[in-house]
Design a protein around this ligand. Structure first.
Ligand code: CA
Length: 414
């Protein structure tokens, strides 16, 4: 194990020194699946505007374990997710040492990001989508159930979620085809056709590693299973959703596409982003009670741009439920956990009008259109619209941890 000789201050001439860039310094080191033109995909790690081949870096280090060599040979993160926390820590310590070392610089496999393609960073196993923002859940309640209390009675007792469709989780940049379905009409029967209320959901996603065949991952053990984070745009057809969701919940209005960013930021890079979650309003069951646990909220600041105009800055710090609680909840009934499982937080919305994470909320279901850069008005996404979600979090010593971006463009229904 290489855990004691890590230095974060890059030596002159090291890869981190030569490629210094805010947000992607040696304190971040997010992973991706990449390939130089004409070559096979492989696991990479980002420093500045460069990407390093991970298998080559491991090969270079004379002290690596065979388990680590095996974990990084594949096209993406799958092998590493399976390997578990000790191997994750061994690899991160090794990479940190190498990118900050002048001696290693000439021996690493380094590519300019402009010369490579990026792919899905891992093979998605099961996908769960939560609903963990109190501000989002309250806004949605006010919009769809104005005659009732906005939060349902269960909301403060458990993190509400549902099982999504892992096969339609797609890489950032994938074009999003406008979905078709049954749309409610003000009078009479629903009609079938392209969604008229295509929306975004700005979320943060969590990538799972290590198996828990019997489920029941305790709060204190969640850090051994949450490998890292990505940005998520959980595209949503509000009209299809509104007609179909009673009584079983989201279905075709959600399952056509969910985009994720190519960079998986390790949880180890977010140690300085830990914060206390909001005060709990209800007594929690023991498996969810984090009153005595260390701060497990995350101070991640999101930005949503539509057609190059910044329309919202959702704060993940305002989320009521933490990722640890979400993972404890989704396994408490004995449901098994596999490497490659994935859960998303649900739409991130803060208390302010300009902190809402969906167009449903930003335009109040179409009542208050947004004005875009070209002067045009938008209530929901039109064909050709391009959505980009970015995020940063605080890093050590005043640095920042950048998540990169998840982008997608709407193309007409087929
Ligand atoms: Ca969602």
């Amino acid at each position: 194990m290489i855990t004691t000789d890590v230095q974060l201050r890059p030596q002159p001439g090291s890869v981190a020194d030569l490629n210094a860039q805010p947000g992607f310094g040696a304190e971040n080191l997010p992973y991706a699946s990449f390939a130089p033109y004409g070559e096979d995909p492989r696991l990479g790690v980002r420093i500045g505007n460069k990407i390093l081949g991970v298998a080559a870096a491991v090969e270079y280090d004379g002290r690596r374990s065979q388990a680590l060599v095996n974990a990084v040979l594949g096209q993406n993160l799958d092998g590493l997710l399976k390997a578990g926390r000790p191997i994750w820590d061994e690899l991160r310590a090794m990479l940190t040492q190498q990118v900050t070392s002048a001696e290693a610089a000439s021996s690493l496999e380094v590519h300019d990001l402009r010369d490579v393609s990026l792919f899905m960073p891992f093979t998605v196993a099961d996908y769960v989508d939560f609903y963990a923002s109190e501000h989002h859940a309250t806004n949605v309640g006010r919009i769809f159930r104005p005659d009732q209390r906005p939060l349902t009675t269960n909301w403060k007792y458990l993190p509400i979620g549902y099982h999504g469709r892992s096969g339609t989780i797609v890489a950032s940049g994938t074009e999003i085809v406008r979905p078709k379905g049954l749309r409610p009409e003000p009078k009479g029967s629903p009609t079938f056709g392209p969604s008229r209320k295509l929306d975004i959901e700005a979320e943060v996603g969590f990538v799972i590693g290590g198996a828990a065949p019997q489920g029941e991952v305790k709060l204190a053990d969640t850090e051994n299973h949450i490998f890292g984070t990505v940005l998520v745009n959980d595209w949503s057809a509000r009209d299809i959703q509104a007609f179909e969701y009673v009584p079983l919940g989201p279905f075709l209005g959600k399952s056509f596409a969910t985009s994720i960013s190519p960079w998986v930021v390790p949880m180890a890079a977010l140690s300085c982003a830990s914060i206390e979650p909001p005060t709990r309003d209800a007594d929690l069951a023991e498996y969810l009670d984090d009153g005595s646990a260390r701060a497990s909220g995350l101070d991640i600041s999101l930005e949503i741009s539509i057609n190059n105009k910044l329309v919202s800055r959702p704060p993940f710090a305002s989320m009521y439920w933490t990722p640890a609680q979400m993972l404890a909840h989704m396994t408490v009934n004995g449901a098994s956990l596999r490497p490659g499982d994935f859960f998303a937080s649900g739409t991130v919305s803060g208390p302010g009008r300009d902190q809402r994470g969906s167009l449903l909320e930003l335009t109040w279901n179409g009542r208050d259109p947004l004005t875009l850069t070209d002067g045009g008005k938008m209530c929901f996404l039109e064909d050709g619209a391009e959505v980009v979600i970015r995020a940063t979090a605080p890093g050590p010593s005043g640095t920042s941890i950048c998540f990169g971006e998840v982008a997608g463009r709407i193309v007409p229904a087929t």
